[in-house]
Design a protein around this ligand. Structure first.
Ligand code: UD9
Length: 385
C-alpha cells in the first residue's frame, strides 16, 4: 500500500531544502512522490533543480513580473485547486514560510488533504519581521497534520501554541542534508573543484573573503541603502574581498548595483548556483546575511555570521556565539564584521559547535519514515542499508 505525497516548491530555498526529501521519497517503494513547482521563482529555482536532478511533474507557472503577494497567492490558489482534484494526494508537503507554501497548505486544508510542514515551528512572534513569512509559517502550522520541526526550540514554539495536530517530529533541518551531500560532492570531485576555482579566480586569495547575501522585504528601501553604506566602508579596509551574489528581486538588485557598482574590493555577481554557493561558503572567513538558510549553513561549516535583521527565528546560532544580530545600522554591521573576522581563526572549534546545531543530515529520512509509517520505516531501513 503506497501513499501519494505531493511536494510543493516555489522558491530557491524551498527547492534546496526539499531536494533531500524529494529524493528520499522517490527512492522509497512505500511512497509515490510527485513534485509541483509553482514558479514563484523561476531562474533561481531552475538552477537548484538542475543540480539535484529534479524535474517537477507539474509547474503552475504563476510567476508574473511585479506581482503582489495577493496576486501571487490568488494565482496559486486558483491553479493548485485543479491539481489537487486531479492528483488526490494523501499528503501535500510544503516547506518553510513562502507565499507558495502558505497558499498550497491552505488550499489543501480546504479540500481535506493532510498537510506536512517541513521546517515547522520557526517563530519571531513579530508579524512584521519577517514579513510575510511569520504569518505564512504560523498559518501553515495551524492546518498541518505532520509538523516537522527542525530543532527543539521550534518544537517548543509549536507546543505552546496548542495546535490541533499533536504530530510533532523533531527532524533536524533538511538544509543540512543538502549541504552535507553537496560539500561531499565538491570534496570528492577534483574536476569540479578545478572548475569552481576557475569560475572564481577573480577573488584575490591574498585577501580574506567576506560572503554577503541579502533579500529580506523588511529591508527594502532604507535598509538596503544602509547595508550598502556598510559594505562600501568594509571595502575600504583593503584586506577584504567582498563577494555579493545579488538577489534578483528588483528592490534589491537596483539599489545595490546603483550604490555599490564599481566600489573597491566588492564583487557584485549574479546569484550563483547552489554548488558554487557552497564552494564560496566553504572558502569564506565570515558571512554577512539576512538569509535564514545561510545562517544554518554557515553554522554547520563553522563560519561566523553577522545577521542583518532585527530578529531571527534561528536563536541557536546566536546562543552558541556563532551568529550576531545587528539589523541594518552601518556602524553595527561594520563592527560586527570586524569581530567575526577576528574570531574566524578558531574555525575548528566553531565547526565543532555549529556542526549539528541545525541538524545531522538525516532529516529527510526521518520525514520519509514518518510519512509512510511502518512501510516507510521498512523502506528507510532498506534505503539506509
Ligand atoms: C524568514 C526566513 O529566513 N525564511 C527562509 C527563507 O529562505 P532564505 O532566507 O534562506 O532564502 P534565500 O537566502 O533566498 O536562500 C538561501 C539558500 O539559497 C542558497 N543560495 C544563496 C545565494 C546564492 O547566490 N545562491 C544560492 O544557491 C543558499 O545556499 C541557501 O540555501 O525561505 C525559506 C523557504 O521557505 C525558509 O526555509 C527560510 O526559513
Amino acid at each position: 500500500m503506497t501513499i501519494r505525497v505531493l511536494s510543493i516548491i516555489g522558491t530557491r530555498p524551498e527547492a534546496i531544502k526539499m531536494a533531500p526529501v524529494i529524493k528520499a521519497l522517490a527512492a522509497s517503494p512505500a511512497v509515490e512522490g510527485v513534485v509541483c513547482a509553482t514558479g514563484q521563482h523561476r531562474q533561481m529555482l531552475d538552477q537548484v533543480l538542475e543540480i539535484f536532478a529534479i524535474r517537477p511533474d507539474h509547474d503552475l507557472d504563476v510567476m508574473q513580473v511585479g506581482h503582489t503577494l495577493n496576486s501571487l497567492a490568488s494565482r496559486i490558489f486558483e491553479k493548485i485547486d485543479g491539481l489537487y482534484t486531479k492528483l488526490a494526494p494523501d499528503v501535500v508537503l510544503v516547506h518553510g514560510d513562502t507565499t507558495t507554501a502558505m497558499a498550497a497548505a491552505l488550499a489543501a486544508f480546504h479540500k481535506g488533504i493532510a498537510v506536512g510542514h517541513v521546517e515547522a515551528g520557526l517563530r519571531t512572534y513579530d508579524m512584521q519581521r519577517p514579513f510575510p513569512e511569520e504569518l505564512n509559517r504560523r498559518a501553515i502550522d495551524l492546518v498541518a497534520k505532520h509538523l516537522y520541526a527542525p530543532t527543539e526550540s521550534s518544537r517548543r514554539n509549536l507546543l505552546q501554541e496548542h495546535l490541533v495536530s499533536d504530530r510533532i517530529l523533531v527532524t533536524g533541518n533538511t538544509v543540512i542534508d543538502a549541504l552535507l551531500q553537496t560539500v561531499e560532492r565538491i570534496h570528492g570531485d577534483a574536476a569540479l573543484r578545478v572548475r569552481l576555482d576557475k569560475s572564481f579566480e577573480f577573488i584575490d586569495r591574498s585577501r580574506r573573503l567576506l560572503l554577503v547575501t541579502g533579500h529580506r522585504r523588511e529591508s527594502f528601501g532604507g535598509g538596503f541603502e544602509r547595508i550598502c553604506d556598510a559594505l562600501a566602508r568594509l571595502g575600504q579596509r583593503g584586506d577584504l574581498e567582498i563577494v555579493y551574489p545579488v538577489h534578483l528581486n528588483p528592490n534589491v538588485d537596483t539599489v545595490v548595483r546603483e550604490r555599490l557598482g564599481g566600489a573597491k574590493n566588492i564583487h557584485l555577481i549574479a546569484p550563483v548556483d547552489y554548488l558554487s554557493f557552497m564552494y564560496l561558503l566553504d572558502r569564506a572567513e565570515a558571512i554577512l546575511t539576512d538569509s535564514g538558510g545561510v545562517q544554518e549553513e554557515a553554522a554547520a561549516l563553522g563560519k561566523r555570521v553577522v545577521i542583518m535583521r532585527e530578529v531571527t527565528e534561528r536563536p541557536e546560532g546566536v546562543e552558541a556565539g556563532l551568529a550576531e544580530l545587528v539589523g541594518t545600522d552601518p556602524d553595527l554591521i561594520c563592527t560586527a564584521v570586524e569581530r567575526a573576522l577576528a574570531g574566524a581563526h578558531a574555525q575548528a572549534k566553531l565547526r565543532q559547535i555549529g556542526r549539528t546545531l541545525y541538524g545531522d543530515g538525516q532529516a529527510a529520512m526521518r520525514i520519509l519514515g514518518d510519512l509512510a509509517g511502518e512501510a516507510g520505516q521498512r523502506a528507510v531501513k532498506d534505503l539506509a542499508s
